[in-house]
Design a protein around this ligand. Structure first.
Ligand SMILES: [Zn+2]
Length: 155
């Protein structure tokens, strides 16, 4: 059964973009971030777009190829991994809808670097297991360097 607005999250008002993320996939992201012991982890999101809304169907964890290593506080996905992800999405009738990464020590808001590196048309999901007070997983769209938060819908 489909539940909307579970866990205190409210459905987005009409006209606002939303990201749908199943609880299994959400749990997978949080587990990956928590298990990385301070290192930044990353991957791609496979799913579908319906207008401005994005539904994530599958979360891929990929190697963090950042210069200086994952502990350096940044992330980079190798082009070959991106290509493989595009191919497997295609085989499943999906598309790559965005990217996710973790902020081991900070909040789930995109950094200036994240905004500058944002791919147009992709969502950014940021997992921040150590976030205090706020949510530990938030979704963003970056347009002209400005982050705009997407409402989260659980499945
Ligand atoms: Zn970041």
């Amino acid at each position: 059964m489909r539940e909307v607005g579970r866990g205190g999250r409210v459905p987005s008002p009409a006209g606002e973009a939303a990201l749908t993320l199943g609880s299994d996939e959400r749990e997978r992201l949080l587990r990956a971030a928590r298990g990385a012991k301070g290192s930044e982890v990353c991957g791609l999101l496979l799913g579908r777009r319906r207008g401005r809304d994005v539904a994530v169907e599958r979360v891929l964890r990929l190697a963090n190829a950042a210069a200086g290593g994952a502990a350096a506080g940044s992330f980079r996905i190798r082009p070959v991994d991106h290509l493989r992800a595009e191919r497997s999405a295609l085989e499943e009738g999906l598309v790559v809808v965005g990217v996710w990464h973790s902020h081991p020590a900070g909040g789930a808001r995109p950094s200036r670097v994240d905004c500058a590196a944002a791919v147009r048309g992709w969502v950014q999901v940021i997992v921040a297991p150590a976030a205090s007070g706020g949510s530990d997983l938030r979704a963003w769209e970056v347009e002209d360097g400005e982050p705009r938060e997407l409402a989260l819908r659980a499945l």
